[in-house]
Design a protein around this ligand. Structure first.
Ligand SMILES: [Ca+2]
Ligand SMILES: [Ca+2]
Length: 125
């Protein structure tokens, strides 16, 4: 009996220790969960952003196919060169950023799309 009493006291102390450890553990768990939630939200945000970017590229890619033959190739490059600094209806098909003139901005946009398409084709090979 005498031996059991002090050991019970120790157990009570240990219990308090365990309780405070549990509180710390709980706080840590909440912290980890909020970090995961935050990471998840920003990950989803990134996913939405990249989806938006690819949608924009898709739209631009359709415009960059100036002769509408389904391919973005040298023929379209030639058309955009011919349309350079012109503002008639036919030339404005090459106005990719739609500011009503065909200039270096459209040309660099076309190059970007052209390179993207080429990369896509190489990736799928
Ligand atoms: Ca074309
Ligand atoms: Ca333009």
């Amino acid at each position: 009996m005498l031996e059991i009493m002090p050991s019970k006291k120790i157990t009570k102390q240990k219990k308090n220790e365990i309780e405070s450890n549990l509180i710390l553990f709980g706080l840590l768990l909440v912290l980890i969960l909020s970090v995961i939630t935050f990471w998840h939200i920003s990950y989803k945000k990134n996913q939405t952003n990249s989806a938006e970017t690819s949608a924009i590229n898709q739209e631009l890619a359709q415009k960059a196919d100036i002769d509408q033959d389904g391919n973005i190739d040298e023929k379209d490059a030639k058309l955009i060169k011919e349309a350079f600094l012109k503002s008639d209806v036919e030339s404005l098909k090459a106005d990719l950023n739609q500011d009503n003139k065909v200039d270096a901005k459209d040309f660099s946009l076309f190059n970007k799309i052209f390179n993207l398409k080429e990369k896509e084709q190489n990736d799928s090979k």
